[in-house]
Design a protein around this ligand. Structure first.
Ligand code: HEC
Length: 279
């Protein structure tokens, strides 16, 4: 009950600012200045980005023979550009994988390879897929995603939108983003569907436009300063479902792939700068 109360109270605040028509608050905070200060801080942090450690660990995991089948991902896993090829794979996903007959985002694809090629059990990976504030290390899957993402640094997003299954996934993602339900009747677009919305200090991207969609995918996977943890886009999506007071989707579900296809596809052509820093 206590949790329910807490959620209720928090929701009421969010609902209030939503119905007031704008997220801008009548307070004395200079948001532009705060954003500029944070940008400066982020630039300093990025000079010694902690994500590099996860990238290095991920590279080791990618190349190692592991799992019940004693196989390496480098020798067995096709991220879409050929077996073992990681360079440019992150910016070209989500994509359709004929061997699985599914559109998959990168995290989901790596999990698929770990299960199919290395023989790991899905339930074991899904039991704790994200780093928590008290965990010293990120899960292996996060390190792997961070490594693969780093191999697309400074490349342009190139989700294969001409592929019919990808196009379909994009369209479903777009619908999900506007689907309103739950105790507050929120959809993603309630918070992310127009320009210039804020919640407290956070400036929310409008995911429906290329400039907003790129903000939605840029810097993920990211090292989150709050808690000092490395997190992936899958985590970000799950956490927004929580903010929306929806039940959290299952790990690497279709729903998340569709949303990521919608956002990444909309961001196509723009530059990915690699794993980043989040506040
Ligand atoms: C109740 C409002 C709310 C709802 C509903 C919501 N979000 Fe969010 N979203 C936020 C907040 C707050 C942040 C954090 C912004 C930050 O940390 O700068 C965020 C962050 C994000 C980000 C990362 C942006 C960045 O700068 O890295 C993405 C992507 C995102 N949301 C997508 C979604 C999707 C998809 C949905 C629907 C499933 C959704 N959100 C629903 C409030 C919401």
């Amino acid at each position: 009950m206590r949790t329910l109360h807490a959620i209720g109270a928090c929701g009421a605040v969010a609902a209030l600012s939503l119905t007031s028509g704008a997220f801008a608050q009548a307070d004395s905070i200079d948001h532009a200045k705060a954003d500029a200060e944070f940008a400066k801080f982020r630039a300093e942090m990025e000079a010694s980005n902690p994500a590099e450690l996860n990238e290095m660990k991920g590279e080791g995991l990618w190349n190692a023979k592991r799992g019940p089948k004693n196989a390496s991902l480098a020798e067995t896993c096709d991220l879409g550009l050929g077996i073992g090829k990681v360079e440019g794979a992150y910016v070209a996903s989500p994509r359709y994988y004929p061997d699985a007959d599914k559109v998959m985002d990168m995290e989901r694809r790596i999990v698929w390879c770990m299960v199919e090629k290395q023989g790991f059990k899905f339930e074991d990976i899904a039991r704790k897929p994200f780093q928590g504030p008290n965990d010293a290390n990120a899960p292996e899957i996060t390190d792997l995603v961070t490594f693969v993402a780093g191999q697309s640094r400074n490349m342009k997003f190139a989700v294969p939108m001409k592929e019919p299954k990808v196009k379909e996934a994009w369209a479903i993602g777009k619908e999900i983003a506007s689907f309103r339900a739950g105790p507050f009747d929120f959809s993603c677009n309630t918070c992310h569907g127009t320009d210039g919305k804020r919640i407290r200090m956070q400036n929310l991207p409008n995911l429906a436009r290329p400039e907003g969609a790129i903000r939605g995918v840029l810097g993920w996977p990211g090292y989150r300063m709050t808690g000092g943890v490395m997190l992936t886009s899958q985590w970000r999506m799950n956490d927004c479902f929580r903010q929306q007071r929806f039940p959290e989707p299952k790990y690497v579900s279709d729903t998340i792939t569709y949303l990521l296809t919608y956002m990444t596809g909309t961001a196509n052509g723009q530059l990915y700068k690699g794993p980043g820093i989040k506040r």
